[in-house]
Design a binder for this molecule. Structure first.
Ligand code: PCA
Length: 293
């Protein structure tokens, strides 16, 4: 059996490297019966299209950024809310609460959740140091999700949605002059060539999820399914460990490449926490009883 895996991040990204290991483990576990081809860097489908592609079996497997799909269903975006879960421990707890809902929703949509891994904590990239939220007023702000666009609105920045595959170019052409993301993405996109400051706010840890088309999964023999699930469980464990371990390494790489990394001032922290409180209220209103649960 030959499957395609659509992914949106570059081959050297830690999520993508984890996918490559997962694919090799599946090959071994299935005795070569399930061969998966990895299409990194949004080569097969752009990030926001991957979920639908897996649903329609244009790709049997895909890696999606869950928070991208918050407008479709609020629970997808709960890990994108500032300061709701801002450490690896809290993020894992949130994932455990979210997981049964994710599995149910994806099953209804004809998909299987294989595993999910958190990105390193999110901070603010800018051209000049930022002391408070007012310093972000009017600047061009790259958003990757509904929540990151909402943050821009709340601080008075100008949001423009750009996925990671197009981010370097958007910075080079001046379309983007600030954004929130991980040290990993700052490094992968060579943000230090354009923006020199990173406020290490550690505001949230959004997750990538690896999903399979359910019909394609059901068509596998039992032993291959078991091998796939086992490899997925290992990839999840390995991915979370890598993510946490690499958080500091990425910060060091940013510094090595000339970026100033600084802790948020008390005022910036308070301002961003207020943004988080507003967004959590909005989320609870929209997410209804499922969100409360
Ligand atoms: N990197 C991805 C999503 C979250 C992250 O850390 C990005 O910026 O597109």
């Amino acid at each position: 059996t030959k499957w395609d895996l659509a992914a949106a991040y570059p081959a050297t990204n830690f999520h993508t490297e984890n996918l490559a290991q997962f694919i090799s483990d599946v090959d071994k576990a299935s005795g070569g019966k399930l061969k998966i081809t990895l299409h990194a860097n949004a080569a097969l489908f752009k990030a926001p299209e991957i979920k639908r592609a897996v649903q329609g079996a244009q790709a049997q497997l895909g890696e999606i950024l869950l928070a991208n799909f918050q407008n479709e269903w609020q629970i997808f975006g709960v890990d994108g809310l500032p300061f709701l879960a801002d450490s690896y421990d809290a993020s894992m707890k949130l994932y455990k609460a979210q997981k049964p809902f994710l599995e149910k929703k994806l099953a209804e949509q004809g998909m299987v959740l294989l595993y999910a891994v958190a990105w390193p904590p999110q901070g603010i990239y800018t051209k000049k140091p930022v002391n408070n939220a007012a310093d972000l007023k009017g600047i061009k702000w790259r958003a990757y999700s509904p929540a990151t666009a909402r943050i821009a609105e709340l601080v008075g920045a100008q949001p423009v949605t750009v996925q990671q595959a197009e981010l370097s170019q958007a910075m080079a052409t001046g379309v983007v002059e600030s954004y929130m993301s991980s040290g990993s993405t700052g490094y992968d996109t060579k943000t230090f060539e354009h923006l020199k400051f990173f406020a290490d706010t550690q505001a949230w840890l959004p997750k990538n999820a690896v999903i399979a088309n359910k019909k394609a999964f059901d068509a596998l023999d039992k032993a291959t399914q078991d091998g796939l699930l086992k490899a997925a469980a290992e990839a999840e464990k390995r991915g979370w460990a890598d993510s946490e371990k690499k958080t500091g390494e990425y910060i060091d790489l940013l510094k090595k490449n000339g970026m100033t990394v600084y802790p948020p001032s008390a005022q910036l922290k308070a301002d961003m926490q207020k943004v988080g409180e507003t967004m959590l209220k909005e989320w609870l209103d929209k997410a209804g009883p499922e969100g409360k649960a």
